[in-house]
Ligand binder design. Structure first.
Ligand code: SF4
Length: 268
């Protein structure tokens, strides 16, 4: 189905918390929810980021944003869900960066759940995309536990590639600690809620060594699933190349052969 751009533009301009729905390769018709300021606010500065260059913020540098606007958020979401039944995921997405930096995330999640349950199909998952850099913080995890799907970034299996690809703020924990946080999160997650890892590969992190290290990390973390993909659009300010589909498939096969049987791998 060809979903008209008109719709996307109308929702984007009228609803400041919402964008899309966009037809996502990984989530279907996903209504994006953005609770960050109108400029990039992130603990990373990934090589492939589609947003402009911005200085990274510390994971503990948290914002309390839009707490007084939750009622408006609910009204707008209700209006969107009543009008458009095509939506298949309500996704707190990093449209302008890392959404877990807003300390009001839990309140927005509760509001979205309430409106979804009253207005729409309760099977529409509440999802969040996170870059994993704040998952060592207890209050962040408490909010994340409330999502149906937590889709957490893991592009590197070793510290060198992590720093090269994701360019974290110096106070972001080391990759080993992030992996440990992901393991702890998965162990504490109540079923049927799911932890999914999203791994974006470009030429800079597709070396045999990084793939081997990633496989080890995947098997330690044991998420429900792994989403393996490459860039779809050109990055904002650094020239990096997407992987050829054939190379991505080849890597997918290699990972699939060595992955714990409980983990579902999808290559996009
Ligand atoms: S985590 Fe997302 S928003 Fe942050 S720098 Fe990376 S790609 Fe950009």
């Amino acid at each position: 189905m060809n979903f008209s751009l008109d719709f996307t533009e109308r929702v984007s301009t009228l609803k400041s918390f919402f964008f899309g729905p966009v037809l996502s390769r990984r989530l279907g018709y996903s209504l994006g929810i953005d609770i960050l300021p109108e400029k990039k606010t992130c603990t990373f500065d990934c090589l492939y980021c589609e947003l402009g260059k911005a200085r990274q913020v510390k994971p503990v540098h948290r914002f309390t944003l839009f707490a007084d606007q939750i009622d408006r958020f609910k009204r707008e979401l209700k209006s969107i869900l009543t009008s458009y039944t095509i939506i298949s995921s309500l996704t707190f997405a990093g449209y302008q960066g890392e959404g877990t930096l807003n300390t009001c995330l839990g309140e927005f999640l509760q509001a979205a759940r309430l409106v979804r349950d009253e207005t729409a199909n309760q099977d529409i998952p509440l999802s969040i995309l996170t870059n994993s850099s704040t998952m060592h913080l207890k209050d962040v995890c408490e909010n994340l536990f409330g999502f149906d799907q937590v889709i957490a970034k893991l592009d590197a299996g070793n510290q060198r590639i992590f720093e090269k690809i994701n360019r974290p703020h110096p106070s972001v924990p080391a990759l080993k600690e992030i992996i440990h946080s992901l393991i702890q999160f998965r162990e504490s997650l109540l079923k049927p809620r799911r932890l999914i890892l999203q791994t974006l590969l470009i030429q800079e992190n597709a070396s045999e060594q990084n793939i081997d290290d990633l496989i080890n990390a995947f098997n330690l973390i044991k998420p429900s699933g792994i989403q393996l993909y490459t860039i779809a659009r050109p990055p904002a300010y650094v020239q990096v190349k997407r992987l050829e589909s054939s190379r991505l498939e080849q890597i997918g096969k290699k990972i699939g052969k060595r992955l714990h049987e409980s983990i579902q791998l999808r290559v996009y």
